[in-house]
Design a protein around this ligand. Structure first.
Ligand code: SF4
Length: 349
């Protein structure tokens, strides 16, 4: 753990580490041989592991932690239990195997030295280790099997010395983080997008407003395109509208369009919630989608600070809203738009 933390720190990766729950329980006097059964002990291991992971995730989400690394993970308990017992231990903690696997973005299995070089295996450096070399090799195989359903499983074999093994592990984790920083997985974080930014010809003048940064991002993220004005019932093309000082939305002919704009905003929020969108990227300056600026209501091309009807409603509902301008700037600074802000939970047994 120490060596890995140092290497990640040197690479500018801030990590939070969760120590092995079983070791801590055994060292505190709660062990397989003091519990009524291995099932009881593993149920307690899972409970402690879950508590620590949840706490680490909460902390990571509110700080600058890039990755949460667990010394062990929930599925390890399967190595010590029958299939039914494992299911019972998870169920007692309100989770099942699929749910347990889904908690980890990647798994790095370090093969035990007991497997390839039993003579080098020792219990001396871990007071909670109770298996002999043969048992440790068998458990190692069972642990690997326990994670075999995970879609991102890396097996790190034994090297001539442990430093090389640690280097390989660090390289794999760093590579995984580099790849996944651009990879907002399609099922995990859908983003609500102003449809015109994706090339949909839904603007008031019947044209699209494609934004390269948004289109690039959409290749990596699940996106939910919406045009609030269209879903609010307005035709395309339509007369341009602007928000007035009193909050009404009026078109260039003086017709009050407030009801349609507000209906579109409510529908956009409903769609965002239906799809579980926590973020939205909206077109700046629009009376619906403007995030930081809108036109001032005089139809003179003058822009003022303010939000469109939909952007304001999404923000009030707790959805993070970013403008297309902001996304372009971020792309200019970082080379690529950052599409995922969530921390990665990585487990390596
Ligand atoms: Fe684009 Fe939003 Fe205007 Fe629709 S309402 S055209 S999505 S800026």
């Amino acid at each position: 753990m120490g060596a890995l933390r140092e290497k990640l720190g040197s690479a500018g990766i801030s990590a939070s580490f969760i120590p092995e729950a079983a070791t801590d329980l055994i060292q505190s006097g709660i062990a397989p041989w003091t519990c009524a059964s291995m099932l009881e002990f593993q149920t307690r291991v899972i409970a402690l592991q879950l508590e620590r992971e949840n706490e680490a995730r909460d902390l990571a989400a509110s700080s600058n932690v890039d990755v949460v690394i667990c010394d062990r993970g929930l599925c390890d308990s399967h190595a010590y239990l029958s299939d039914d017992e494992y299911a019972d231990a998870l169920a007692a903690n309100g989770i099942d195997h699929a749910g347990a696997l889904a908690r980890y973005d990647a798994v790095f299995h370090l093969e035990s030295i007991a497997k390839d070089n039993p003579g080098a295996y020792t219990k001396a450096n871990n007071s909670a280790r109770f298996e002999d070399a043969d048992d440790a090799a068998r458990v190692d195989e069972r642990v690997k099997d326990a994670w075999s359903d995970h879609p991102v499983l890396h097996v790190v074999g034994n090297h001539a010395d442990f430093a090389e093994k640690a280097d390989e592990l660090f390289g794999l984790i760093a590579q995984f983080l580099a790849n996944s920083s651009d990879d907002c997985r399609k099922t995990s974080e859908p983003v609500l997008i102003s449809a015109c930014l994706l090339g949909e010809p839904c603007r008031y003048d019947g044209k699209a407003q494609p934004c390269e940064a948004v289109i690039e991002m959409a290749k990596r993220c699940a996106v939910v395109p919406v045009c609030p004005e269209v879903i609010g019932g307005l035709p395309t093309p339509r007369s341009p509208s602007e928000i007035q000082a009193d909050g009404r939305v009026v078109d260039v002919e003086g017709i009050d369009r407030t009801a349609a704009f507000e209906a579109g905003a409510r529908e956009a929020l409903r769609i965002a919630r239906e799809h579980g969108c926590k973020r939205a990227i909206l077109k700046e300056n629009s009376p619906s989608c403007g995030v930081n600026r809108i036109y001032d209501g005089s139809f003179s091309g003058t822009r003022i600070p303010g939000k469109g009807k939909t952007a304001a409603l999404l923000v009030a509902a707790g959805i993070e809203v970013l403008s297309d301008d902001a996304l372009r700037q971020e792309q200019a600074i970082h080379g690529k738009p950052r599409t995922c802000s969530r921390s990665h939970l990585v487990q390596y047994p």
